[in-house]
Each structure stands twice: as C-alpha cells, then as structure tokens.
Design a protein around this ligand. Structure first.
Ligand SMILES: [Zn+2]
Length: 347
C-alpha cells in the first residue's frame, strides 16, 4: 500500500481490487475478503470515512473518502548500454551487404525482385544503437506498425535472422498498370517496372504519397493510396482485400435468366422458373440488397396472408430465400384501397 494518497476518494470495490491485483502481481496471496480488508483499512487509516453516493444511473455506490491510490509511475525502459556495431555485424547473415554508419547504425541492403526505371529496388534495413530497427524502401521509411512488425531487436543471431526473414517478406506496392481508364495527374509518378524473376516489364503509375508496401494478407499488389488516387480504381473490385473473382461470380449469377433455366428444365412451369431465377439472384445477398419480381412477391403475399406461421417457417428453414413479411406488408400497403366493389372479383 505504498501508493496511498490520503486526500482523494475511491470506491469500495476499486480499492480492494487494486489491493488484490497488486498483491498477486508481487507474488503474494491476498488472503482476506472484502469485509476483512475494509476493517483493516479503518484501523490503518482512522480518518477514512465511508459514504454512500448516488450514481448517474441511480444506483448507490459506497466510497471511501480520505484515501486513494496514486497512479503507477509511467513505465520507462532503462537505456541499455549502446550497442556495439561490430557485434551486430557479426550476427548478420553471411551473404548480406552491410555497412556501418558514423553514428554506429548498421545498414544492410536487401535487393528485391523489381527494377524501377532500370535500377534495382532495395530494402534498406537499419539496426540502430538503441536496439530498434527501421526499414526503408527507396528512401521512404516504412511504418512497420500496420504490418504487425515490432521495431525492436535483440542481440542474438535468431532475432536478427527473424527480422531478415520478415523484411524479405514485406511486399512492395507495384502501383497501377497504365491503361486507357487510368487518369494520370500531377499527383502521380510514372515508373517502368521490371520483374526480374518473370521478365515481365510494364509501365506503372504510382501515387506520390504511395506507402510503397502492401499488407501481407492483401490480395492486390497495389497499396490503398495508389488505388484511391487513380480514377479507375473507384470500383469495388479493386480493393486491396477483395478478390476479383468473387465479384465476377456475383455478376454472372445475376445474369442467369429464365431462358437459361428453361434449357435445363424444359418442362418446368413459368412460376417455378421465376422462383429459381429469384433464388439465383438473391441467395447469399445481404437482405437489403435482395430484389424480387412482381410475380414472386404476389405468390409470397398469397402464402403469407393464408398462414403467417407457415410462411415464416418456410422462410426460416433456409431452403428458400423469400422476401421478409415486413417487405410483403409494405408492398401490400402501397396499393390504394378505395371504397366500393372491385368489378374484377365479380366476373
Ligand atoms: Zn502504392
């Protein structure tokens, strides 16, 4: 209880919780319950008063006045002894090109598979004396946090080799291939990109504020910044984490028409074909994105008015995708009901 502040106030449970947590933290067993703890507090700090207060949500809480716990000191890492750059040099992989800078930073160059305008794109890996490392690609420092990489290292061969493996796996943003749809502005840079392993050469466009990297799990080879900066990429199928094929499938399914199904089921009645088409269009689609034809809505409305329970049961069993009852009622209520007889009924 070294952090006791005798001027504040704290809730009954808060004091006990912090006491038991800190006891456990120090390897001690807090072998007392809340009642015993309260009694001890009163004998240790006689000036402490107990008070019941009404909280904002009308519940009553017990607080102690005249005692509080001072916040923990901010955690500071002790500055370690400066690293010996020659020691890091000794831990590096043998095939690595490395240099020591004036301030003791060890600088390694990792070549990538890409040539940008004829020169090799390299990743620069800097091991600093304060046991942190940084990665730069073409003089742009890479923010390692979004990639899920911690920027500290230990003076062991294992730690250094793990960092090398991670940095090798960092994927480069290759920009957007120039096509007719891509608009080039002054916020873009042009680049001739060659992939050495495949020999593919292409003209790419890249945003001036390009992040130079894409996330490890990204499907696209283009970073989000480059995607947003090019006009062509405003369609949904170019997002970093969506697969092009998925959206294509959706498009193909929605193109299935009654005639296509008729070829497969020549004897099927028209209403069944209509129902099957609606299933193709709406299965797996978000409820707000489903669209229904007039025939399907009419048929469902008939079933729903006949028996709401059965309709809901058929809908909930998930063998068929059907419009929601609320949608059917909204549809029905759109029809204006006038006073009088409907002549169609009496025919
Ligand atoms: Zn980019």
């Amino acid at each position: 209880m070294s952090r006791v502040d005798v001027t504040g106030s704290i809730s009954n449970n808060g004091l006990f919780t912090s006491y038991s947590l800190e006891s456990k933290d120090q390897g001690l067993d807090p072998s007392c319950n809340l009642r015993e703890f309260t009694e001890t507090i009163h004998s240790l700090f006689p000036h402490v008063t107990r008070k019941k207060i009404k909280q904002q949500d009308n519940s009553v809480a017990t607080i102690y006045q005249g005692i509080n716990i001072k916040p923990l000191d901010p955690l500071t890492l002790k500055p370690g002894c400066p690293l010996d750059s020659s020691k890091i040099m000794g831990l590096l992989p043998s095939d690595c090109r490395a240099d020591t800078l004036e301030n003791g930073t060890v600088c390694c160059m990792l070549e990538t598979d890409f040539l940008s305008n004829g020169s090799v794109v390299s990743k620069t890996l800097n091991f600093n004396c304060d046991k942190t490392f940084s990665v730069a690609i073409a003089n742009n420092i890479i923010d390692l946090k979004p990639l899920g990489i911690s920027n500290t290292f230990q003076e062991t061969k294992e730690s250094i080799s793990t960092i090398f493996k991670c940095v090798e796996k960092i994927r480069l943003c290759t920009g957007v291939r120039i096509t007719q749809n891509v608009v080039c502005t002054r916020f873009h840079v042009l680049e001739k990109l060659d992939e050495r392993s495949t020999g593919i050469s292409s003209r790419q466009i890249r945003s001036v504020s390009c992040l130079r990297v894409v996330k490890f799990n990204a499907v696209s080879q283009t970073c989000v910044t480059c995607q947003r900066m090019t006009k062509k990429l405003k369609t949904s199928d170019n997002k970093e984490n969506t697969k092009g094929s998925e959206t294509k499938d959706d498009g193909q399914l929605s193109l299935i028409s009654k005639a296509d199904i008729k070829k497969l089921l020549p004897n099927a009645p028209d209403i069944l074909l209509e129902m099957l088409v609606s299933q193709f269009k709406n299965a797996g689609v978000h409820p707000k994105g489903r669209r229904w034809s007039k025939e399907v809505i009419n048929s469902c409305l008939q079933k729903y008015t006949r028996s709401q329970a059965v309709y809901k049961q058929i809908r909930n069993c998930q063998r068929l995708v059907l419009p929601s009852p609320l949608f059917l009622l909204t549809y029905k209520n759109k029809v204006k009901h006038n006073v009088g007889f409907h002549h169609e009924i009496f025919r």
